[in-house]
Ligand binder design. Structure first.
Ligand SMILES: C[S@@+](CC[C@H](N)C(=O)[O-])C[C@H]1O[C@@H](n2cnc3c(N)ncnc32)[C@H](O)[C@@H]1O
Length: 216
């Protein structure tokens, strides 16, 4: 997870979204594009690993019927969050209501969970039947780079297998290039520039959408 110093640097330069934009789009457009991919009308959204709540706040502003809440263990980010945020590690949060959320999303956060299966099981518990799990992440195309990342990446088949357990209609929605905004934010916090460049060249954004099955 980003160190306190990295978080301070990002917040100081005004980078409030730590993730991967489509090339050439601004963050409002990016948030709207993600919401279009979520493609669900229910109002209750949980953003796991919400950073400073930037995406949730944009969603909520553009769609006033939404109620977006976040989870984040980082005290600095949680206190700067633009959405109501439960402070804690997702896997340890016991007071989130079951069968309640219409959408649970992980955006560049799944790789911080200690267990993929436990995280997806918990997301399934929290979702209503028919609710949408939406994951926006990075995919690593080179094993040697995995060790450089302070983040766990999963390949697409591994993700689809994990999603099949509690969800139906699991789909890979897109992969794309990293944007300049993401490059800039990586470069502004990375200590080893050669490693940052290698990571950027060997990873790509990926999105998954799946629907909770009735009996999960
Ligand atoms: C790379 S940032 C992504 C932030 C935001 N989702 C975005 O896309 O801009 C990863 C986030 O996951 C949070 N995080 C790390 N471990 C977590 C955990 N166990 N449970 C919930 N959130 C976690 C970090 O504090 C950070 O806010």
């Amino acid at each position: 997870m980003p160190s306190e110093l990295q978080t301070q640097k990002l917040l100081a330069v005004g980078v409030d979204v730590f993730q991967i934009y489509w090339t050439d789009e601004d963050k409002f457009q990016h948030a709207e594009n993600l919401w279009r991919l979520v493609n669900h009308k229910g109002p209750r959204v949980l953003d796991v690993g919400c950073g400073v709540g930037a995406i949730g706040a944009i969603w909520q502003k553009r769609h006033p019927d939404l109620v977006v809440t976040g989870v984040n263990p980082d005290p600095l980010q949680a206190s700067a969050s633009a959405i109501p945020t439960t402070r804690g590690k997702f896997q340890e949060c016991v007071d989130l209501p079951a069968d309640y959320f219409d959408v649970v999303t992980f955006q560049y956060a799944l790789g911080y969970m200690p267990s993929l299966h436990l995280a997806l099981d918990k997301a399934a518990d929290l979702l209503k039947a028919g609710g949408v799990l939406f994951i926006y992440d990075i995919c690593c195309i080179d094993d040697t780079v995995r060790s450089l990342l302070d983040y766990r990446t999963y390949d697409i088949m591994e993700m689809k297998d994990a999603l099949d357990y509690n969800f139906k209609d699991a789909r890979v929605l897109f992969t794309a290039d990293h944007s300049e905004v993401f490059r800039h934010s990586m470069e502004s916090v990375g200590e080893d520039m050669a490693a940052v460049q290698l990571i950027l060249s060997k990873t790509s954004p990926v999105c998954y959408r799946a629907v909770k099955v009735d009996n999960a």
